[in-house]
Design a protein around this ligand. Sequence first.
Ligand SMILES: [Zn+2]
Length: 262
Amino acid sequence: MLLSNLIRNQDTVNSKYSERYSRQILFYPIGEDGQKNLQKGRVAVIGCGGLGSNITNCLARAGVGFIRIIDKDIVELSNLQRQLLFDEKDAEKKLPKAFTAKSKLNLVNSDVAIEAIVDEVNTNNIGMFLQGIDLVLDGTDNFETRFLINEECVKNKIPWIYGSVAASYGMVCSIVPESGYCLKCIFKDLPADFIGANSGNVGILGSAVSAIASIQTTEALKILTGNISAITKGLIILDIWDLSLEIIEIEKDDGYKCPVCN
Ligand SMILES: [Zn+2]
């Protein structure tokens, strides 16, 4: 009797699981095995503003088993136009983004373990934040932190997905140990004005943020489900206003000895 109860309960659990992810499992590059791999996945999302809140929302819904969210900021009214996890009450109460994201995502998918850290990522703590992590997603808004993520991930052979967006324009690049290039190889001599473009000085479209975050999330799903050959090679550049998309091949300059990945 007890055993039969247990079996029935287990069936309920399994059928709930199957129902929740049924549409994703039907997508053949993911399937049942890919879904199990997602459940085992341990991801860090650094920065939980526009990109980070879109990314964590998609990853939690997709059933990624563990998500560590690191962000030092509080929710402000100017964030609500594009940062999908937050609302007016969060901004009024000036709540920390990481904790707020965790509580919202717990309601979306209680199977996912979410860890929220309210802190600024720096050279002293990044190693600790990436402990036990399989994949890092860039939700930051500055190249200083991105170069730090790049160094730490390349050093520890952790795949990471760079993403940035300003105005209607954004870029994504998957940097995996097999890539043969890193963020430093791509942006070694980036002009200062380009590095400095952000939502505060050139504005930003919520639709551009969602589009770039969607590309990052899709790349993450490929990596986490073991669809390695499907990972996009090169630098993806999207302008949502002009609706232009290009993928720039990364050609390593023989004269450049990358201080990070060489
Ligand atoms: Zn490099």
